[in-house]
Design a protein around this ligand. Structure first.
Ligand code: ZN
Length: 132
């Protein structure tokens, strides 16, 4: 029980085109965007706000979760990612407490990180990603 406290890791924002969203972060706020990565059918560009990142998520294919989100809700906050000390144990606790999971076991996300998503019904309508 001496694990470090969970922290906010990143906020994922769904956008139709990263090229249209990026100038605010790059030119107005002066942030240096990370190299684009691909995960879950989306291109991801990360912007560091200290320890926390904003990830711009642009769909690469119309069947991807981000494309479906944009079609249903338009651009906006897609998910929050919390960093926990032990992802496997966090998922065990979720299961034990009856929280619905999108990913029953951890998988690889952007940057090769181990991640798992919880179902938004379990978490006040917010899609939550857990990572280590
Ligand atoms: Zn994420």
């Amino acid at each position: 029980m001496s694990d470090p406290a969970p922290r906010l890791a990143h906020v994922g924002i769904a956008v139709p085109r990263i090229a249209d969203a990026l100038p605010f972060y790059r030119d107005v706020l002066g942030l240096a965007p990370g190299h684009p990565e691909v995960a879950d059918g989306a291109t991801i560009v990360s912007l560091a706000f200290g320890d926390v990142a904003v990830e711009l998520l642009e769909p690469r294919d119309p069947e991807s979760p981000i494309a479906k989100f944009l079609a249903r809700r338009g651009p906006g906050i897609h998910h929050l990612c919390y960093r926990v000390a032990d992802l496997d144990r966090a998922l065990e606790r979720c299961r034990a407490a009856g929280y619905r999971l999108v990913d029953d076991t951890p998988r690889r996300g952007a940057g090769g990180r181990r991640i798992a998503f919880l179902h938004p019904k379990a978490t006040a309508g917010i899609l939550i990603e857990l990572t280590e």
